[in-house]
Design a protein around this ligand. Structure first.
Ligand code: ADP
Ligand code: MG
Length: 292
Protein backbone atom coordinates (compact mmCIF):
# COMPACT_ATOMS: atom_id res chain seq x y z
CA UNK A 1 0.00 0.00 0.00
CA UNK A 2 1.12 3.56 -0.54
CA UNK A 3 2.16 5.60 2.51
CA UNK A 4 -0.92 7.76 1.99
CA UNK A 5 -3.41 4.86 1.96
CA UNK A 6 -1.72 3.39 5.06
CA UNK A 7 -2.04 6.76 6.77
CA UNK A 8 -5.72 6.95 5.90
CA UNK A 9 -6.33 3.37 7.06
CA UNK A 10 -4.45 3.90 10.32
CA UNK A 11 -6.35 7.14 10.94
CA UNK A 12 -9.73 5.52 10.37
CA UNK A 13 -8.68 2.70 12.69
CA UNK A 14 -7.75 5.13 15.45
CA UNK A 15 -11.16 6.80 15.13
CA UNK A 16 -12.79 3.40 15.61
CA UNK A 17 -10.62 2.57 18.65
CA UNK A 18 -8.25 0.29 16.74
CA UNK A 19 -4.58 1.14 17.16
CA UNK A 20 -2.55 -0.29 14.28
CA UNK A 21 1.16 -0.36 15.07
CA UNK A 22 2.63 -0.93 11.61
CA UNK A 23 1.89 -0.64 7.89
CA UNK A 24 2.67 -4.35 7.66
CA UNK A 25 -0.10 -5.26 10.11
CA UNK A 26 -2.63 -3.18 8.19
CA UNK A 27 -1.52 -4.84 4.95
CA UNK A 28 -1.46 -8.42 6.29
CA UNK A 29 -4.88 -8.31 7.99
CA UNK A 30 -6.69 -8.63 4.63
CA UNK A 31 -4.99 -12.00 4.02
CA UNK A 32 -6.18 -13.61 7.28
CA UNK A 33 -8.25 -16.75 6.80
CA UNK A 34 -8.28 -17.93 10.43
CA UNK A 35 -8.88 -16.07 13.68
CA UNK A 36 -7.85 -17.70 16.96
CA UNK A 37 -9.57 -16.27 20.03
CA UNK A 38 -8.40 -16.72 23.61
CA UNK A 39 -11.45 -17.63 25.76
CA UNK A 40 -11.08 -15.97 29.16
CA UNK A 41 -11.00 -12.18 28.97
CA UNK A 42 -11.27 -12.15 25.17
CA UNK A 43 -14.52 -13.96 24.25
CA UNK A 44 -15.70 -13.69 27.88
CA UNK A 45 -15.54 -10.73 30.26
CA UNK A 46 -12.74 -12.36 32.25
CA UNK A 47 -14.56 -11.57 35.51
CA UNK A 48 -15.35 -15.01 36.88
CA UNK A 49 -17.77 -15.44 39.78
CA UNK A 50 -18.05 -18.36 42.22
CA UNK A 51 -21.47 -19.98 41.59
CA UNK A 52 -21.45 -23.43 43.24
CA UNK A 53 -19.76 -25.34 46.05
CA UNK A 54 -20.21 -29.13 45.99
CA UNK A 55 -18.69 -31.03 48.90
CA UNK A 56 -17.64 -34.67 48.99
CA UNK A 57 -18.90 -36.86 51.86
CA UNK A 58 -17.26 -35.87 55.14
CA UNK A 59 -16.68 -32.24 54.18
CA UNK A 60 -18.78 -29.28 55.17
CA UNK A 61 -19.34 -26.39 52.73
CA UNK A 62 -18.05 -23.41 54.75
CA UNK A 63 -15.11 -25.45 56.08
CA UNK A 64 -14.07 -26.52 52.57
CA UNK A 65 -14.53 -23.06 51.06
CA UNK A 66 -12.41 -21.58 53.86
CA UNK A 67 -9.56 -24.01 53.11
CA UNK A 68 -9.79 -23.46 49.34
CA UNK A 69 -9.89 -19.67 49.65
CA UNK A 70 -6.88 -19.80 51.98
CA UNK A 71 -5.01 -21.88 49.37
CA UNK A 72 -5.95 -19.44 46.58
CA UNK A 73 -5.13 -16.23 48.50
CA UNK A 74 -1.65 -15.93 46.98
CA UNK A 75 -2.59 -16.96 43.42
CA UNK A 76 -2.90 -14.32 40.71
CA UNK A 77 -5.21 -16.44 38.54
CA UNK A 78 -8.66 -14.89 37.89
CA UNK A 79 -10.30 -18.11 39.18
CA UNK A 80 -8.49 -17.62 42.50
CA UNK A 81 -9.85 -14.08 42.76
CA UNK A 82 -13.40 -15.37 42.20
CA UNK A 83 -13.00 -17.99 44.94
CA UNK A 84 -11.45 -15.58 47.48
CA UNK A 85 -14.20 -13.01 46.82
CA UNK A 86 -16.86 -15.74 46.97
CA UNK A 87 -15.61 -16.85 50.39
CA UNK A 88 -15.51 -13.27 51.70
CA UNK A 89 -19.05 -12.61 50.39
CA UNK A 90 -20.21 -15.64 52.38
CA UNK A 91 -18.72 -14.12 55.55
CA UNK A 92 -15.75 -16.49 55.78
CA UNK A 93 -12.26 -15.44 56.92
CA UNK A 94 -9.63 -17.81 55.53
CA UNK A 95 -6.43 -18.29 57.59
CA UNK A 96 -2.98 -17.62 56.16
CA UNK A 97 -1.26 -20.41 54.26
CA UNK A 98 2.01 -21.74 55.66
CA UNK A 99 3.13 -23.12 52.27
CA UNK A 100 2.12 -22.19 48.73
CA UNK A 101 3.03 -23.43 45.25
CA UNK A 102 1.37 -22.46 42.01
CA UNK A 103 1.34 -25.07 39.24
CA UNK A 104 1.09 -23.22 35.93
CA UNK A 105 -1.99 -24.13 33.91
CA UNK A 106 -3.23 -26.53 36.58
CA UNK A 107 -3.83 -24.84 39.93
CA UNK A 108 -2.26 -24.46 43.37
CA UNK A 109 -1.02 -26.54 46.28
CA UNK A 110 -0.95 -25.02 49.76
CA UNK A 111 -0.58 -25.97 53.40
CA UNK A 112 -3.41 -24.66 55.57
CA UNK A 113 -3.53 -25.40 59.32
CA UNK A 114 -1.31 -28.43 58.67
CA UNK A 115 -3.52 -29.77 55.86
CA UNK A 116 -2.29 -30.22 52.30
CA UNK A 117 -4.83 -28.59 49.99
CA UNK A 118 -4.88 -29.02 46.19
CA UNK A 119 -7.09 -26.74 44.09
CA UNK A 120 -7.36 -26.87 40.30
CA UNK A 121 -7.90 -29.23 37.39
CA UNK A 122 -8.52 -32.99 37.36
CA UNK A 123 -4.98 -33.23 35.96
CA UNK A 124 -3.58 -31.52 39.09
CA UNK A 125 -5.22 -34.18 41.27
CA UNK A 126 -4.17 -37.00 38.91
CA UNK A 127 -0.54 -35.77 39.00
CA UNK A 128 -0.71 -36.27 42.79
CA UNK A 129 -2.14 -39.80 42.28
CA UNK A 130 -5.55 -38.73 43.55
CA UNK A 131 -8.51 -40.32 41.76
CA UNK A 132 -11.24 -37.65 41.32
CA UNK A 133 -13.83 -40.47 41.59
CA UNK A 134 -17.29 -39.17 42.50
CA UNK A 135 -16.18 -35.60 41.74
CA UNK A 136 -15.86 -36.37 38.01
CA UNK A 137 -19.59 -36.40 37.09
CA UNK A 138 -20.20 -33.27 39.22
CA UNK A 139 -17.40 -31.46 37.39
CA UNK A 140 -18.79 -32.65 34.02
CA UNK A 141 -22.20 -31.21 34.92
CA UNK A 142 -20.69 -27.77 35.67
CA UNK A 143 -18.66 -27.89 32.44
CA UNK A 144 -21.74 -28.69 30.36
CA UNK A 145 -23.16 -25.37 31.59
CA UNK A 146 -20.00 -23.57 30.41
CA UNK A 147 -18.77 -23.13 34.01
CA UNK A 148 -15.18 -23.98 35.01
CA UNK A 149 -15.05 -26.75 37.61
CA UNK A 150 -12.37 -26.32 40.26
CA UNK A 151 -11.53 -29.64 41.93
CA UNK A 152 -10.13 -29.84 45.42
CA UNK A 153 -8.39 -32.47 47.50
CA UNK A 154 -7.47 -32.28 51.18
CA UNK A 155 -4.71 -34.53 52.55
CA UNK A 156 -4.88 -36.73 49.46
CA UNK A 157 -8.68 -37.20 49.51
CA UNK A 158 -11.09 -35.69 46.94
CA UNK A 159 -12.93 -32.98 48.92
CA UNK A 160 -15.24 -31.16 46.52
CA UNK A 161 -15.81 -29.24 43.31
CA UNK A 162 -16.40 -25.51 43.04
CA UNK A 163 -17.86 -23.92 39.92
CA UNK A 164 -16.81 -20.56 38.56
CA UNK A 165 -18.71 -18.85 35.75
CA UNK A 166 -17.66 -16.09 33.40
CA UNK A 167 -20.06 -14.04 31.27
CA UNK A 168 -19.72 -13.95 27.48
CA UNK A 169 -19.15 -10.36 26.27
CA UNK A 170 -22.25 -8.70 24.80
CA UNK A 171 -21.04 -8.54 21.22
CA UNK A 172 -18.89 -11.70 20.98
CA UNK A 173 -21.63 -13.74 19.23
CA UNK A 174 -22.30 -10.95 16.74
CA UNK A 175 -18.60 -10.37 15.98
CA UNK A 176 -17.91 -14.08 15.43
CA UNK A 177 -20.88 -14.31 13.03
CA UNK A 178 -19.50 -11.28 11.15
CA UNK A 179 -16.07 -12.96 10.86
CA UNK A 180 -17.81 -16.00 9.33
CA UNK A 181 -19.63 -13.77 6.81
CA UNK A 182 -16.20 -12.37 5.84
CA UNK A 183 -15.19 -15.98 5.09
CA UNK A 184 -12.91 -16.57 8.07
CA UNK A 185 -12.55 -19.71 10.18
CA UNK A 186 -12.76 -19.16 13.95
CA UNK A 187 -11.04 -21.09 16.74
CA UNK A 188 -11.21 -20.74 20.54
CA UNK A 189 -7.98 -21.48 22.42
CA UNK A 190 -7.90 -21.97 26.18
CA UNK A 191 -6.20 -23.65 29.09
CA UNK A 192 -9.64 -24.48 30.41
CA UNK A 193 -11.02 -28.03 30.21
CA UNK A 194 -12.45 -29.39 26.94
CA UNK A 195 -16.09 -29.63 28.07
CA UNK A 196 -16.31 -26.08 29.40
CA UNK A 197 -14.56 -24.80 26.28
CA UNK A 198 -16.95 -26.75 24.04
CA UNK A 199 -19.98 -25.33 25.87
CA UNK A 200 -18.71 -21.74 25.46
CA UNK A 201 -17.76 -22.46 21.82
CA UNK A 202 -21.30 -23.68 21.12
CA UNK A 203 -22.77 -20.56 22.75
CA UNK A 204 -20.72 -18.21 20.56
CA UNK A 205 -20.70 -20.36 17.39
CA UNK A 206 -16.96 -20.74 16.65
CA UNK A 207 -15.85 -23.49 14.24
CA UNK A 208 -13.16 -25.14 16.35
CA UNK A 209 -11.91 -25.48 19.93
CA UNK A 210 -8.36 -26.00 21.20
CA UNK A 211 -8.76 -26.74 24.93
CA UNK A 212 -6.42 -27.73 27.77
CA UNK A 213 -3.59 -25.90 26.03
CA UNK A 214 -0.84 -25.09 28.52
CA UNK A 215 0.31 -21.42 28.43
CA UNK A 216 3.68 -22.28 26.86
CA UNK A 217 1.94 -24.23 24.06
CA UNK A 218 -0.42 -21.53 22.77
CA UNK A 219 2.21 -20.21 20.32
CA UNK A 220 2.88 -23.78 19.09
CA UNK A 221 -0.81 -24.13 18.20
CA UNK A 222 -0.59 -20.93 16.14
CA UNK A 223 2.47 -22.26 14.30
CA UNK A 224 0.68 -25.58 13.71
CA UNK A 225 -2.21 -23.75 12.00
CA UNK A 226 0.30 -21.75 9.92
CA UNK A 227 1.97 -25.02 8.90
CA UNK A 228 -1.43 -26.09 7.51
CA UNK A 229 -1.09 -23.12 5.17
CA UNK A 230 -3.33 -20.76 7.08
CA UNK A 231 -2.79 -17.05 7.65
CA UNK A 232 -3.63 -16.61 11.32
CA UNK A 233 -4.86 -13.71 13.43
CA UNK A 234 -4.63 -14.21 17.21
CA UNK A 235 -6.75 -12.23 19.67
CA UNK A 236 -5.80 -12.27 23.35
CA UNK A 237 -5.58 -10.33 26.58
CA UNK A 238 -3.33 -12.22 28.97
CA UNK A 239 0.38 -12.55 29.75
CA UNK A 240 -0.12 -16.18 28.62
CA UNK A 241 -1.19 -14.98 25.20
CA UNK A 242 1.87 -12.83 24.44
CA UNK A 243 3.97 -15.52 22.65
CA UNK A 244 0.94 -16.55 20.55
CA UNK A 245 0.21 -12.89 19.67
CA UNK A 246 3.81 -12.51 18.51
CA UNK A 247 3.76 -15.81 16.56
CA UNK A 248 0.54 -14.97 14.68
CA UNK A 249 0.58 -13.23 11.27
CA UNK A 250 -1.39 -10.48 12.97
CA UNK A 251 -1.65 -10.26 16.78
CA UNK A 252 -4.61 -8.31 18.17
CA UNK A 253 -4.61 -7.40 21.87
CA UNK A 254 -7.64 -6.58 23.96
CA UNK A 255 -6.99 -3.01 25.16
CA UNK A 256 -8.43 -3.71 28.59
CA UNK A 257 -6.00 -6.64 29.00
CA UNK A 258 -2.42 -6.86 30.23
CA UNK A 259 0.40 -4.56 29.03
CA UNK A 260 2.46 -7.63 28.10
CA UNK A 261 -0.20 -8.72 25.60
CA UNK A 262 -0.51 -5.19 24.17
CA UNK A 263 3.25 -4.94 23.68
CA UNK A 264 3.39 -8.31 21.87
CA UNK A 265 0.53 -7.44 19.50
CA UNK A 266 0.42 -5.54 16.18
CA UNK A 267 -3.02 -4.10 16.80
CA UNK A 268 -4.77 -2.99 20.01
CA UNK A 269 -8.56 -3.05 20.29
CA UNK A 270 -9.10 -0.19 22.74
CA UNK A 271 -12.67 -1.03 23.82
CA UNK A 272 -11.96 -4.75 24.17
CA UNK A 273 -14.92 -5.67 21.96
CA UNK A 274 -14.40 -8.38 19.33
CA UNK A 275 -16.19 -6.22 16.77
CA UNK A 276 -12.82 -4.46 16.55
CA UNK A 277 -11.37 -7.57 14.86
CA UNK A 278 -14.05 -7.35 12.16
CA UNK A 279 -13.44 -3.63 11.66
CA UNK A 280 -9.66 -4.12 11.45
CA UNK A 281 -10.02 -6.75 8.71
CA UNK A 282 -12.53 -4.63 6.77
CA UNK A 283 -10.20 -1.64 7.06
CA UNK A 284 -7.28 -3.69 5.73
CA UNK A 285 -9.35 -4.98 2.82
CA UNK A 286 -10.46 -1.44 1.93
CA UNK A 287 -6.87 -0.15 2.17
CA UNK A 288 -5.53 -2.87 -0.12
CA UNK A 289 -8.38 -2.39 -2.64
CA UNK A 290 -7.61 1.31 -2.93
CA UNK A 291 -4.02 0.81 -3.99
CA UNK A 292 -4.52 -1.81 -6.67
P1 ADP B 1 -6.96 -20.08 31.23
O1 ADP B 1 -6.73 -18.83 32.00
O2 ADP B 1 -7.09 -19.86 29.74
O3 ADP B 1 -8.07 -20.93 31.75
P2 ADP B 1 -4.53 -21.23 32.44
O4 ADP B 1 -3.44 -21.92 31.73
O5 ADP B 1 -4.21 -20.04 33.25
O6 ADP B 1 -5.60 -20.94 31.31
O7 ADP B 1 -5.22 -22.29 33.41
C1 ADP B 1 -5.67 -23.51 32.90
C2 ADP B 1 -6.62 -24.14 33.88
O8 ADP B 1 -5.91 -24.50 35.09
C3 ADP B 1 -7.73 -23.20 34.34
O9 ADP B 1 -8.82 -23.18 33.45
C4 ADP B 1 -8.08 -23.84 35.68
O10 ADP B 1 -8.94 -24.93 35.49
C5 ADP B 1 -6.74 -24.33 36.22
N1 ADP B 1 -6.12 -23.34 37.11
C6 ADP B 1 -5.03 -22.59 36.87
N2 ADP B 1 -4.72 -21.82 37.95
C7 ADP B 1 -5.67 -22.07 38.88
C8 ADP B 1 -5.92 -21.61 40.21
N3 ADP B 1 -5.15 -20.70 40.81
N4 ADP B 1 -6.98 -22.11 40.87
C9 ADP B 1 -7.79 -23.03 40.29
N5 ADP B 1 -7.60 -23.52 39.05
C10 ADP B 1 -6.56 -23.06 38.34
MG1 MG C 1 -7.37 -14.53 28.62
Amino acid sequence: ATPLSVMVGTGKGAQAGILIRSAEALETAHELDTVVLDKTGTVTEGKPVLTNVHTADGFQESELLTLVAAAEADSEHPLAGAIVTGARDRGLTPPAASGFDSVTGKGVQATIDGHTVLVGTARLLADADIDSGALTPIAAGFSAEGKTPVLTAVDGRPAGVLAVADTIKDDSVQAIAALHRLGLQTVIITGDNARTAAAIAAQVGVHRVLAEVLPEHKADEIRRLQAEGRTVGMVGDGINDAPALAAADVGLAIGTGTDVAIEAADITLITGSLTGVVTAIQLSRATMRNIR
